[in-house]
Design a protein around this ligand. Sequence first.
Ligand code: C2E
Ligand code: MG
Ligand code: MG
Ligand code: MG
Length: 283
Amino acid sequence: YESKQRAGSYTRYGAEFDHHSPERLHLLGDLRRALDHPDAPGVNLFYQPQVRLADGAVIGAEALLRYSHPERGVVNPAEIIETAEHSSVMRMLTERVVDIALRQLRAWKERGYDLRMAVNVSVRDLQSPEFTDFLTERIDAYGVDAAKLQLEITESALMADPRRVLQNVQRLSDLGVGISLDDFGTGFSSMQHLRRLPVTEIKIDKSFVTTLIDDPDNAAIVSTTIDLGRALDVEVVAEGVEDENVRKQLEGWGCHAGQGWHFAKPMSADAFERWMADHRKHN
Ligand code: C2E
Ligand code: MG
Ligand code: MG
Ligand code: MG
């Protein structure tokens, strides 16, 4: 099973992660070629709804990368980011993701959907000031409100070069872009980042959320994080909401919004629109 997985896709690696393995270099080369192309063949975004728990309204979407390799099929995004992050491909990839996401945000706005768009960014992007320039230019070009864009930053990303990252995040925040701490609770310095960065949102990691009904420790972590968000006046979004019991519990604790399979899996832009229309009817 293991060898079949490794031969057929890039989905699983253990501790022996190797950036220079032939498979990695191959993937990197193929990605670069795809991104050099104006249409970036194979590079797509899926969208997963974020739902306000109090009334079930769809408040926005998280854009999630889906890269389908000509021979290997869809490659796990986490694998792609790990591979690309150490090269200039990361920047190309993020710019492409931002461009597609903002264009989609604009299209939905024109069709009367008042949504916000969450985009994941990598350490690589936050270390260079050019990314902020790029983002500013794109927001302008598409005529979308900066406050409708939410950048999801993971803690590991923040550790790399705190001062430079901090400067760039501050600039983005000054533009009005929302700053979300992704996978909150899984890193080493969640609280420091919360104090130092202009955070507008905390995203509780799914590893705490999925099991909170049966795991009292996770329940304590989640409910305390929601209280913390309220005390600091920062919105809290729970990821990995897989069933109604979890949704109800989160709502009871006053969590602002949720995202997860209970509502919908990540899907194409077309499927997302159909889902929204249907969700509105039943809500
Ligand atoms: P993330 O930002 O924490 O995204 C949430 C992940 O949880 C997504 O995995 C999503 O498909 C998955 N998920 C959503 N609902 C549920 C649920 O109810 N249960 C469970 N078990 N999982 C759920 P995905 O799409 O495989 O993405 C994995 C990670 O890859 C993301 O984690 C993010 O860190 C990274 N990523 C994805 N797209 C991009 C991108 O465009 N740029 C960057 N830099 N990173 C990205
Ligand atoms: Mg995210
Ligand atoms: Mg997350
Ligand atoms: Mg996560």
